[in-house]
Design a protein around this ligand. Structure first.
Ligand code: HAM
Length: 423
């Protein structure tokens, strides 16, 4: 026999138990209602993919270089696979494989895995709500996508969430900007932090995102992509800003906004919760990606989307005191001291009639069952003792807001309960 040991969830992961899991349920429900109202359909894709699928999010990104949970399976020869670190590459791979008609508008609620240093709001398994829309470059779609994420926060009651936007240009105007940025950074290499002094050529844009004081100071006057946009990128960016203003989405421009994945072109955006500590206050972000479908073997297909970290959104809700959780309660609790058959049959009948119901087990005492009824949060208790069982009746008692006990014929219980529960 192996020694008994005590196991815990792996570092950087966590369990979500009821009633706290109710907040997750409600968050997904609010999100699904919101995006389905805008024509997005649920996509479920595997939790792992060919490693190369996720490599396409950018060879130079931390996600690929340091954080991927990759492994070889038992195939012959073994396949190199990785757990999903983000949702976009999976959805675009699925799009390329199945070629649904365009525009393709998808939503997902799925776990993502990143080998990061765990801390408040940063986990090795987190859960993302996201949408991806493929098939058009129309900047009004950018407005729709950003507006939907803003609407989610609003719907949840969050008030202190701000939106920053930027344009990262495209394959036409990015190269010249990149060259100008490299020139600028090379001239100041000695003033950059240790990490970025050596990575100027691999990913110069990332230096703009560095939080180290040296890099912040050295890049204060760095060239900005928005000053280098080509005609079509500039026009699209202007249209996005106009659209956000017209549809009442508050935003500020941040020419230094660079995101952690390399597929972005044109519009990028990030939402921050002011109620959270700044290192983990990004509650959602996304942008356009011009070349991702092509890099996964599909036809050139523009796309845009966002990912929104559920844990961070829930932390922000807590910090702002706007609990999205609906406590897990049932409408009716059946107390049965006559042998349990009434509890068994009544709960089944109630549930079949669409009324939530629970009961106690193990033929416990009347007192213990009544305590359980109270704890359950139910509105109504149905009580069956030997006397009621014998006479074919059920005692019905309101548990909240007072009210007397009444007796109901067994075959009229469902109707009576329904009447009592009516608001
Ligand atoms: P991302 O910014 O890497 O973008 O992640 C999206 C959101 O997931 C973040 O804003 C944050 O709320 C949450 N998040 C990320 N990493 C963690 C973590 N370790 N712990 C807790 N929460 C985390 C993407 O993943 C892109 N796929 C978004 C996108 C969709 N772009 C276009 N379409």
């Amino acid at each position: 026999m192996p020694e008994p040991v005590s196991f815990q969830a792996p570092k950087g992961t966590f369990d979500v138990l009821p009633p706290e899991s109710g907040a997750y349920e409600r968050l997904i429900a609010v999100f699904a209602t919101l995006v389905e109202r805008a024509g997005y359909g649920l996509v479920i894709s595997p939790m792992f993919e060919d490693y190369a699928v996720f490599q396409r999010v950018g060879e130079q990104t931390d996600v690929v270089r340091k954080e991927m949970y990759d492994f070889y399976d038992k195939g012959d020869p073994p396949r190199h696979l990785a757990l999903r670190p983000e949702g976009t590459a999976s959805v675009v791979r699925a799009f390329v494989e199945h070629r649904p008609s365009l525009p393709f508008k998808a939503w997902y609620a799925a776990p993502s895995f990143r080998y990061e240093a765990p801390q408040a709001g940063r986990f090795r398994q987190h859960h993302q709500l996201g949408i991806e829309a493929l098939g058009t470059e129309d900047p009004d779609l950018d407005v729709e996508v950003i507006g939907l994420l803003a609407a989610l926060y609003r719907e949840l009651g969050l008030r202190r969430v701000t939106c920053r936007i930027n344009s990262l240009g495209d394959e036409v105007c990015r190269p010249a900007y990149r060259a100008a940025l490299i020139d600028y950074l090379e001239a100041r290499a000695d003033h950059l932090c240790d990490e970025h002094r050596t990575t100027i050529h691999d990913n110069p844009l990332r230096v703009l995102d560095c939080k180290q004081p040296e890099c912040v100071a050295a890049t204060r006057d760095a060239p900005r992509q928005i000053d280098w946009l080509c005609g079509p990128c500039a026009a699209a960016y202007a249209r996005v800003k106009e659209g956000l203003a017209a549809t009442g989405v508050a935003f500020s421009e941040d020419p230094r906004l660079v995101r952690g994945l390399d597929y972005y072109t044109r519009t990028t955006f990030e939402f921050a919760a002011e109620a959270l500590a700044s290192a983990q206050n990004a509650v959602g972000g996304g942008g356009r990606y011009g070349g991702l479908a092509e890099s996964l073997g599909g036809p050139p297909t523009p796309g845009i989307g966002f990912g929104c970290g559920m844990e961070r959104v829930l932390l922000a809700c807590k910090a702002e005191g706007v609990e999205p959780a609906r406590p897990l309660v049932v409408d009716v609790f059946v107390v049965d001291t006559a042998g349990g058959a009434a509890a068994r049959d009544l709960t089944a009948e109630l549930r079949a009639a669409g009324i939530s119901a629970d009961r106690a087990w193990d033929a416990r005492s009347f007192k213990a069952q009544f305590r359980a009824a109270d704890r359950s949060g139910a509105q109504v208790a149905l009580v069956v003792g030997p006397d009621e069982a014998e006479r074919g009746v059920v005692a019905m008692r309101r548990l909240r807001g007072g009210g007397d006990q009444t007796e109901v014929a067994r075959d009229r219980v469902i109707n009576q309960v329904r009447e009592l529960l009516q608001p």
